[in-house]
Design a protein around this ligand. Structure first.
Ligand code: SF4
Ligand code: SF4
Length: 345
């Protein structure tokens, strides 16, 4: 027996397209997402049964880390509570989206709205299997298009769960704005650009002004806690991997009074080149992005796929970074366009 574990095995639930799982984490060659219920599409849940499945899985895990979890970065020192309560919620089942990002899986955009989770969560609360103090993460697709999205946000925030919403921001939600105002939630909005033409090239929808409008309103709601608005920039080689685009992005962040950004790299690129064969200019782009965040006094998070690529970076930071015209030349000289991905859309 070991003392390792993970809160999701103990208190987590993830609603997916056709399954209910402990978590929404996919890692290590497709492992992760331990299934609790197969072939699930919104039916009533027998909670005692679900917790019995969790209890058996925890027992197995304590003997030896189970296959689905082997190599997962979420495993840490952990004491299982087994109180038969859920505190960590993920909603990953909505495949409908109002954006058409070039790098997105075909499952999205034209996908179904899928099942309604509101009655399930209400039932969980009413039957005493709910634990407040955790987080509910909404992702997608575009979660604001989910069945009963606003009702769910309200249900969680009024019962002591923090909400995290990954949204395109094309649709404004007053309920999300209320959660931001009360410091009961945060939003992550991936705009990947600093101007409408690059936005349109990547997102393939004409919604830049709309998105800026939503960000402005959310920022207004979150003015006491501006770090609850996170604007994400996914580096997409061949589309937004230039010094000029990053300059435009940070000008926009200043204009919108954004205090936190997140940097990542497009997942298909990260997986194709892993951490050994990445075009050198990507590392220079990352360094420049981080420097610009620092100069503008903006917190910069880096997400998992970028960390994956940066783990064994092949080039160090260039001394030319402070001399923009020279740095631009260096970045261009090291740009291996042959490695860019040709997206299907
Ligand atoms: S260890 Fe990883 S894969 Fe296993 S339940 Fe936790 S987060 Fe999910
Ligand atoms: S916003 Fe997300 S789900 Fe929608 S098209 Fe873009 S990547 Fe796909």
């Amino acid at each position: 027996m070991h003392n390792k574990g993970c809160i999701f095995l103990d208190e987590g639930i993830n609603f997916d397209l056709n399954t209910v799982c402990d978590c929404c984490i996919s890692h290590n060659d497709g492992r992760g997402l331990p299934i609790l219920i197969e072939n699930y599409h919104g039916e009533e849940i027998d909670w005692e049964n679900l917790f019995a499945t969790k209890a058996q899985r925890i027992k197995d895990f304590q003997k030896e880390i189970i296959f689905d979890c082997q190599g997962c970065y979420k495993i840490d020192d952990y004491t299982f509570n087994q109180t038969k309560k859920i505190s960590e919620f993920h909603f990953s089942h909505c495949r409908s989206c109002n954006s058409k990002c070039i790098y997105c899986s075909d499952l999205y955009s034209s996908g179904p709205l899928n099942y309604n989770t509101y009655p399930i969560i209400k039932d969980l609360i009413e039957k005493g299997y709910y634990k407040s103090g955790g987080e509910a993460t909404f992702q997608g697709g575009e979660p604001t298009l989910m069945h009963s999205f606003d009702e769910l946000i309200h249900l969680f925030t009024s019962n002591g769960t923090i909400v995290r919403v990954h949204t395109s921001a094309i649709r404004y939600s007053q309920t999300v704005a209320n959660a931001l105002k009360e410091n009961k939630g945060s939003v992550v909005i991936s705009i990947d650009s600093g101007c409408s033409s690059t936005y349109k090239r990547i997102k393939q929808v004409n919604a830049f002004d709309n998105v800026l409008d939503t960000i402005t309103k959310y920022s207004q709601s979150a003015k006491e806690n501006p770090e609850n608005i996170i604007i994400k920039y996914i580096i997409i080689p061949g589309y937004n991997d230039s010094i000029d685009e990053i300059d435009k992005f940070f000008l926009l962040m200043k204009k919108l009074n954004i205090k936190k950004v997140a940097l990542d790299i497009e997942i298909q690129y990260a997986r194709k080149y892993e951490n050994k064969d990445v075009s050198k200019h990507i590392f220079f782009i990352v360094d420049y992005f981080k420097m610009m965040a620092k100069i503008n006094n903006i917190i910069c998070l880096t997400y998992s796929f970028l960390s994956y690529v940066l783990n064994n970076r092949s080039v160090g930071e260039s001394k030319l970074i402070k001399f923009k015209p020279l740095y631009k030349i260096l970045v261009n000289l090291n740009n291996d366009k042959s490695k860019n991905i040709a997206y299907k859309r």
